[in-house]
Write a protein of this length. Structure first.
Length: 320
């Protein structure tokens, strides 16, 4: 049996690979960058390895079974809401994280799976019985029994063959900035702060509260869609200065030691749900996976992977 090609080594693509691999189906994952993880990326600094993607995960029991038990753990987090210029304590929330960095979850999923890093796919060419992939130099990457497209929606749309029944709407994507700061001391007693009706800030998470982190007093600040758009042409220093001003309005801030910014180009689509009939082309055997398919950020990416794998298994079973 020819392998299944999975394009994109983010969370949804790697979970697809893991699930198919455990069913005994051969897979090959193509990732144009050198790293794994997509929105679970990390960045290495002299002051620590910092999660610049999703800092916390909410997983179902079905999704948990694909991660080694020693790779992920649940932990309670103290939470608060910033509303009407007040910090209001909320009920404790339980979230999943990986020891050291959430990016390790992607490496755990990739264990035992063929991942071709630094290998971009430029085109998918259907033949009478297979799907042939080509790179940006128009060189042959092999023939495959099915393809799962798991990059961001704009990239997946560009790869769809013209004969495919699938359509991915060209709805605008919201850019999303994440600011990382490290203070010389703890900032607030709340590990998660959800911000209501704020022009700049959406959510704040204490990254250093997760187990096994090699840093202290690091916080991830998710900016609103409007702020990310407004700051698009601003320098990092301007953005950091503005964010620090807003943080100080919530609680006095300790001295700032370090900072960083991750500018996600494709953070959130305006339309975040695609119907089942538009997520799988039964004729060409191409399925879509990614958070834009069902919404819900990292959790949505995992849900979309389950659907894509079920459809691929149906295709290959009927072909046997």
């Amino acid at each position: 049996m020819r392998p299944v090609a999975i394009i994109g080594a983010g969370l949804s693509g790697l979970l697809c690979a893991k699930m198919l691999n455990e069913c005994g189906l051969p897979v090959a994952v193509f990732e144009k960058s050198r790293g794994l993880g997509g929105r679970l990326a990390r960045r290495r600094h002299p002051w620590g390895n910092v999660d610049i993607g999703a800092p916390l995960l909410a997983l179902t029991p079905e999704q948990l079974q694909y991660f080694p038990r020693d790779a992920i753990s649940a932990q309670p987090y103290t939470t608060a809401q910033w509303r009407d210029d007040k910090l209001l304590p909320q009920a404790t929330q339980t979230h999943y994280t990986a020891a050291g960095s959430n990016n390790r979850l992607c490496h755990a999923l990739a264990d035992g799976v063929e991942v071709r890093r630094g290998q971009g796919v430029a085109a998918i060419h259907p033949t009478s019985t297979t799907l042939s992939l080509r790179d940006y130099k128009e060189e042959d990457l092999g023939d495959f029994s099915a393809v799962i497209l798991a990059p961001p929606a704009p990239q997946a749309r560009d790869l769809l063959p013209t004969t495919s029944s699938l359509t991915i709407a060209e709805s605008p994507w919201q850019a999303g900035w994440t600011v990382i700061v490290q203070f010389d001391g703890a900032w607030t007693p709340s590990e998660i702060i959800d911000i209501e009706s704020h022009a700049i800030l959406r959510r704040i998470v204490c990254l250093s509260s997760a187990p096994g982190r090699d840093h202290q007093h690091c916080y991830s600040i998710e900016l609103t869609d409007d702020a990310s758009h407004h700051f698009e042409q601003r320098s990092d220093n301007e953005i950091i200065d503005r964010v620090m001003t807003e943080l100080a309005s919530i609680a006095p801030t300790p001295p700032l030691l370090h900072s960083d910014i991750q500018r996600w180009r494709f953070a959130r689509p305006e339309t975040a749900v695609i119907s089942d009939s538009q997520r799988a082309d039964d004729s060409l055997k191409i399925a879509l996976a990614g958070d834009y398919c069902v919404g819900g950020n990292a959790e949505g990416a995992l849900r979309s992977a389950t659907f894509a794998v079920q459809r691929v298994k149906q295709w290959l079973a009927s072909a046997c």
